[in-house]
Write a protein that binds this ligand. Structure first.
Ligand SMILES: Cc1cc2nc3c(=O)[nH]c(=O)nc-3n(C[C@H](O)[C@H](O)[C@H](O)COP(=O)(O)OP(=O)(O)OC[C@H]3O[C@@H](n4cnc5c(N)ncnc54)[C@H](O)[C@@H]3O)c2cc1C
Length: 379
């Protein structure tokens, strides 16, 4: 007999959200997380969509994410080119287009909620290997001789273990994240500016702004090594003066970027969710939003599933089918944005300008874009 009905590998935001969504089902639930308790996750900024807020409200944790900064407008433009588009929360019929928080805070709040409310065995251990059998799958600890089995393994490890076959596109880009302040108030506007080296986003975060700056990996490392004054000068050159002068920069870190998409997200005993299923470029802030929808939809299927069918072929088929459109849409949207905007070909620059201008003046096209960003491809 299996130790668990569902065993989740990875207690990042997606794995933890899945565990929270399964509380109260009577299923035997376990979650394995490699990071020791009390160690902080990184401070990358995350823009959660209104759709993610609705999921987190249903999980009962939204009010604990105090201090999330609402995005009332998104301003999209390209450096050195014409055309721009503005998305507005009121026009989209939502209180905010998104909410900015840091990754560490979201992870911490979700794991604390799991610890406080019980119902899930939270085990601090690194999984080294998975073995799939007919009636159950087994995880093997990376160190020691620990093992645990489950009817279903839900892999939410961010892609650390080689579970699924991946389609990979290396963008040859990295993202620098930082907190910056500037001389003009942000008025809760988020800026997405496409530059020849990659997109540069500035998101309102408290009184300050969270920066996600895409560039070549070598330049990302150089930018992180610069003095604060040197970094601010480069940022000013790239972003321009729309927010006045940049004054301070802290918490600089860089992340390599690639698109990694799992060919299959479900086999009878194993499903993958979140970044383990699709790791996206951070342009347009889609990755975690998509991952939370993976977790939510899988949880809904498990809630409707007889215990004996958990880990069976029908559940695998239903989960794959349920996620196809949303995943495909998210991948296509972010990948197209990166490839269309990260170059200086004159014809493309003109087409981009025209595209942005058209989106800017045709409300249905703009509202379509806003709904996709808020609710995903099925919005
Ligand atoms: C710079 C940057 C900015 C971003 N901005 C946004 C944004 O604005 N909006 C958005 O929606 N998304 C954004 N993303 C994407 C977002 O960070 C990811 O989509 C999200 O972190 C995925 O969550 P996850 O839980 O699937 O995986 P992860 O966050 O990677 O968590 C995986 C967890 O699994 C654990 N783990 C790994 N291996 C093992 C193992 N062998 N055994 C046990 N545990 C293990 C890890 O310790 C970790 O806790 C951004 C990404 C970057 C890099």
């Amino acid at each position: 007999m299996a130790d668990y009905d569902v065993l989740i590998i990875g207690g990042g935001p997606v794995g933890a959200a899945l565990a929270l969504a399964l509380r109260g089902t009577g299923l035997a639930l376990g979650l394995l997380e490699a990071r020791p308790r009390g160690t902080a996750a990184d401070a990358r900024p995350i823009a959660l969509s209104h759709g993610s807020r609705l999921i987190l409200e249903r999980l009962g944790v939204w009010e604990r994410l105090a201090g999330a900064t609402p995005i009332r407008r998104i301003h999209v433009s390209q450096r050195g080119g014409f055309g721009r588009v503005e998305l507005d929360a009121r026009q989209a019929g939502v209180p905010a287009l998104g909410y900015v928080l840091d990754y560490g805070q979201i992870s911490e709040v979700l794991v604390r909620a799991l610890e406080a409310e019980g119902g899930v065995d939270l085990i601090r251990a690194t999984v080294g290997a998975l073995e799939s059998g007919t009636d159950a799958a087994t995880v093997v600890a990376a160190a020691g001789d620990g093992r645990a089995s489950a009817r279903l393994l839900a892999v939410a490890d961010g892609g650390a273990l080689p579970v699924a076959r991946l389609r990979i596109r290396d963008y040859g880009q990295a993202a620098v994240s930082a907190r910056v302040s500037c001389s003009l108030p942000h008025h809760n506007v988020a800026y997405e500016r496409f530059t020849p080296e990659g997109p540069l986003a500035l998101l309102p975060m408290g009184e300050a702004l969270a920066l996600v700056w895409t560039t070549a990996p070598e330049r990302a490392q150089q930018l992180c090594a610069l003095t604060e004054a040197g970094f601010l000068a480069r940022l000013q050159e790239s972003f321009g003066n729309r927010l006045g002068g940049f004054k301070t920069a802290s918490s600089r870190a860089w992340f390599p970027l690639a698109l990694k998409v799992a060919d299959r997200i479900a086999d009878p005993r194993t499903v993958v969710v979140g970044s383990a299923a699709q790791m996206l470029h951070p342009v347009a802030g889609q990755g975690l939003n998509l991952g939370l929808r993976d977790a939510w939809e899988l949880a809904m299927l498990l809630r409707d599933c007889d215990r004996v069918h958990i880990g069976g072929p029908e559940l695998a088929r239903a989960y794959s089918a349920r996620r196809r459109l949303d995943r495909g849409g998210g991948v296509l949207f972010t990948d197209s944005l990166v490839r269309l905007f990260s170059n200086e070909l004159a014809a493309l620059k003109l087409a981009r300008g025209l595209g942005l201008a058209v989106l800017g003046v045709i409300p249905p096209a703009r509202d379509f874009l806003a709904r996709r960003m808020i609710f995903g491809a099925r919005g």
